[in-house]
Design a protein around this ligand. Structure first.
Ligand code: NAP
Length: 539
């Protein structure tokens, strides 16, 4: 370990080289601050670096997802599909890193093990797994919401002798499914994308489903030359639209209420949304469907009918139909032929609520009524979402208090940007931040710019320490809970509500997201800044 005087010193340490870490670094350079990014992976991209599973792609319109800050970049970069596949998005991240020469301030293969606040000089010291240390005035976590994948809590998981992959740590070399007997566990947004792709070439595919979701058509297509021109010409309108919408998408809720429309009108609108690309059916639906159970039941019934229509075998259709939640109360997976996969001869669906998985064996998977042999098992079993990335770092704030301790009962934050007791630390896309329930880059840009302004303010005024007050944190946290209670999603189990059956203590619902909408969040942040950073103590 280095002695203190040998430690690298920066104005800012950024954890993570994904979409938010990259933009934060660029912004700090513009401000003349020295910064170092520490990234666990071997290159830039974050989510798009790790999640290389087959079929991974945007569920946001490509042109609504890229950075908006550089007109030159917008002019140069051409998305080839309306919903870009992961390899293209990773190429985009690399293009941005090259264009702005970002890598010279980045350290790769550098997983941060600890981050400790030093009360004596108001700085943060981090240590990487391989023992490197660095110190900075500010610490910025840019770790995204899915930094920590979770394997299922099933006995025998290490015994399997075939190929085994978690979707979020997918190998960099191509994986071949041809003629193989493949199992996929998990049917969230990731599982649904994976299943469709694997089913194309696998010898045989078995899907182990615990909870079905309501999946909606993505309707992806190549971007034609004419569309490309139109997109480039309309970037200002696209971003303006995203800026005003509830969750940063080009889709925003329809001002009408489902319950005030006739059944015919409703059906017509639902049919229209079902036949339009992207999240319109979720984010652009009647304004009451995500908040009112009766309204929600109308779209839920519509989606159930669609599943029955698309799946040939009524018994399989029944298994694929959710029973315990309404449409849109969990993340809606988008698909292109997902339901039709179950009409293929080489695909089998195992409902593990009926016949639970008992163990993984060296040759496959045993359920309560059968033993299945496989060449490959794919775990699409999700993440220790939002807070998991924080849990794996030993973060200690003022007086040595650990973040784990502070968040033992769930996260508490001020604006989802700072945590009381953890001065000079900012959490981009953190819990209770609008960016965690957003077309993420849109909200990332707001986060980065706001935090950069705050750091500039602190520096210009000659302060050394910015710390959220307990009162401000309590008020914000209460507001976050209030906003979530209005939404039907708060009554269901999913990562939105912090549920993860594979982790101890993640069995009771909490609130991880900010559900008040991105425009409201932005207004609140702007108001705080206008009031000289109300709710923060500056010293
Ligand atoms: P997820 O939504 O948490 O889904 C995990 C799946 O694994 C669920 O079906 C879950 O069943 C199942 N599972 C977990 N543990 C299990 C166990 N022990 N036994 C059997 N099944 C088990 O995770 P995800 O699909 O990776 O998606 C996470 C989020 O990533 C999404 O919600 C979305 O925000 C993001 N994502 C985005 C995109 C995109 O933008 N294109 C694509 C993919 C993912 P239960 O439901 O019963 O728990």
């Amino acid at each position: 370990m280095m002695t203190a005087p040998d430690r690298e010193q920066y104005d800012v340490i950024i954890v993570g080289a994904g979409i938010s870490g990259m933009y934060q670094l660029l912004k700090l350079r513009e401000l003349g601050m020295s910064a170092r990014v520490f990234e666990a992976g071997s290159d830039v991209g974050g989510t798009w670096y790790w999640n290389r599973y087959p079929g991974a792609r945007f569920d946001s319109e490509s042109y609504s997802y890229g950075y908006s800050f550089s007109e030159e970049l917008l002019e140069e970069w051409e998305w080839s599909e309306h919903f870009s596949p992961q390899p293209e998005t990773l190429r985009y991240c690399n293009y941005v890193a090259d264009k702005f020469d970002l890598r010279r301030n980045m350290e790769f293969n550098s997983l941060i093990k600890s981050a400790h606040f030093n009360d004596d000089d108001n700085s943060w010291t981090i240590e990487t797994e391989d023992g490197r240390e660095a110190t900075a005035r500010f610490l910025i976590t840019a770790i995204g919401v899915f930094a920590q994948p979770t394997m299922p809590d099933i006995p025998g998981i290490d015994e399997f002798k075939g190929e085994a992959y978690h979707t979020a740590t997918w190998p960099h070399d191509p994986v071949d499914f041809t003629d193989k007997r493949v199992a996929v566990i998990g049917t969230g947004a990731t599982g649904v994308q994976t299943i469709q792709e694997v089913a194309k070439t696998a010898g045989h595919l078995t899907v182990f489903q615990r909870s079905p979701n309501y999946c909606a058509p993505l309707l992806n297509a190549k971007i034609t030359d004419e569309e490309q021109k139109k997109i480039k010409a309309s970037y200002p309108e696209i971003f303006a639209r995203c800026r005003e919408s509830y969750a940063g998408f080009i889709h925003d809720s329809d001002p009408r209420r489902a319950l005030r429309e006739s059944p015919e009108e409703r059906e017509k609108f639902y049919e229209q949304l079902y036949n339009e690309p992207g999240f319109g059916i979720w984010m652009g639906n009647f304004r009451d469907v995500l908040v009112d159970e009766e309204a929600n039941a109308t779209i839920t019934e519509f989606m159930k009918r669609k599943i029955r229509k698309r799946v040939n075998d009524p018994a399989i259709a029944e298994k694929l139909t959710p029973k315990n939640h309404g449409f849109g109360t969990r993340r809606v997976p988008l698909e292109g032929g997902y339901y039709e996969v179950y009409n293929q001869d080489n695909v089998r669906l195992v409902d593990i609520r009926e016949t639970p998985i008992e163990r993984i064996t060296n040759t496959g998977i045993d359920t309560s009524d059968a033993s299945y042999d496989f060449d490959m098992i794919i775990y699409a079993t999700g993440f220790n979402a939002v807070t998991g990335g924080f849990d794996r770092i030993d973060i200690r704030g003022a007086g040595g208090r650990t973040l784990k301790d502070k968040w033992a009962e769930g996260p508490r934050t001020y604006l989802g940007i700072q945590i009381e007791g953890f001065p000079n630390m900012f959490t981009l896309v953190g819990p209770h931040n609008a960016a965690s329930f957003c077309n993420i880059p849109r909200c990332i840009e707001q986060n980065v710019e706001w935090v950069s302004d705050l750091m500039t303010y602190v520096k210009d005024k000659g302060y050394q320490r910015v710390a959220a007050t307990l009162e401000a944190e309590e008020e914000w946290t209460e507001h976050v809970f209030l906003m979530a209670q209005r939404m039907l999603f708060s009554k269901t189990n999913s990562w939105f509500t912090g549920i993860n059956s594979n982790l101890a203590g993640k069995d009771h619902r909490t609130v991880l997201l900010y559900a008040g909408g991105a425009p409201h969040y932005r207004e609140k942040c702007d108001d705080v800044a206008a009031k000289g950073y109300a709710g923060f103590t500056l010293q």
